[in-house]
Design a protein around this ligand. Structure first.
Ligand code: SF4
Length: 247
């Protein structure tokens, strides 16, 4: 059935807009959520921030169905597995994505704060701030909303993830919040999407190489991220005033 976009004048109050969107779309399919967000709510004002990790092909394929030119931000931390960079290029070509932009840490800051590329050994929060959080802030300028690929089954703080959020002056849309691991697997199979090469080696969640291990707990797909530390998130999804002060 064709998707219909009812004409709605967005509220100026983000709280009211959030309530309307979650009320209308919290049980909707990822496709319906994406179309409503990209076409109706924030045309020309949205981006997707992708890690090009284990499950990223799903969201990228869904976005390509709606608008393959949608801006997609990839943060090249300088610490990715080479397989991730190859996988990014493969997905871009396969899905016909024309809006992918790669951003990097500020080189002057990196030379001062992490000249040897070993900050992660001493302070993972400071390293994530330097290599992920700070580069993303200017990259989001001009966008009113961004899409994330987070899902409730990832556990931790994500277990209570709403479909629409508002943080640090922008809306965040989580079209896959309701998805299960089986939903991801089925979609990957049905669409015959290529897999990140490290998935077959036991990595269900993939970030930077120093902070990613194969997961030894099947019930926690992010068990291999910052293993042995309390840290479970890089900070991109922590509100500015709740992030640890690192420098
Ligand atoms: Fe640094 Fe690890 Fe964070 Fe990557 S995930 S930015 S290597 S601390």
């Amino acid at each position: 059935m064709a998707f219909e976009c009812p004409i709605i004048t967005p509220e100026t109050d983000p709280v009211a807009r959030l309530a309307r969107l979650n009320g209308e779309l919290r049980q909707a399919s990822a496709q319906t959520i994406l179309r409503a967000a990209i076409i109706r709510e924030w045309p020309g004002e949205m981006t997707y921030v992708s890690s090009f990790g284990a499950e990223s092909a799903v969201m990228l394929a869904l976005i390509a169905d709606v608008d393959p030119s949608l801006p997609v931000v990839f943060i090249d931390t300088g610490m990715h597995f080479p397989q991730t960079l190859d996988y990014r290029d493969e997905l871009v070509e396969r899905l016909g994505l024309t809006g992918v932009r790669t951003i990097k840490p500020n080189e002057t800051e990196r030379k001062v704060l992490d000249p040897k590329g070993a900050l992660w050994k001493a302070d993972t929060d400071a390293c994530c701030a330097l290599r992920k959080v700070r580069p993303l802030e200017p990259a989001l300028d001009g966008f009113s909303a961004w899409i994330t690929g987070r899902k409730r089954f990832h556990g931790g703080a994500r277990m209570s993830l709403p479909v629409f959020e508002f943080a640090d002056g922008r809306f965040k849309i989580n079209p896959l919040a309701n998805w299960t691991p089986d939903d991801v697997e089925l979609f990957m199979e049905q669409r015959e999407l290529p897999r990140h090469p490290l998935v077959a080696q036991g990595y269900p969640s993939i970030g930077c190489w120093p902070c990613t291990q194969p997961a030894d707990d099947p019930s926690n797909p992010r068990a291999g991220r910052w293993a042995g530390q309390e840290k479970t998130e890089c900070g991109l999804h922590v509100e500015r005033n709740e992030r640890p002060r690192v420098f």
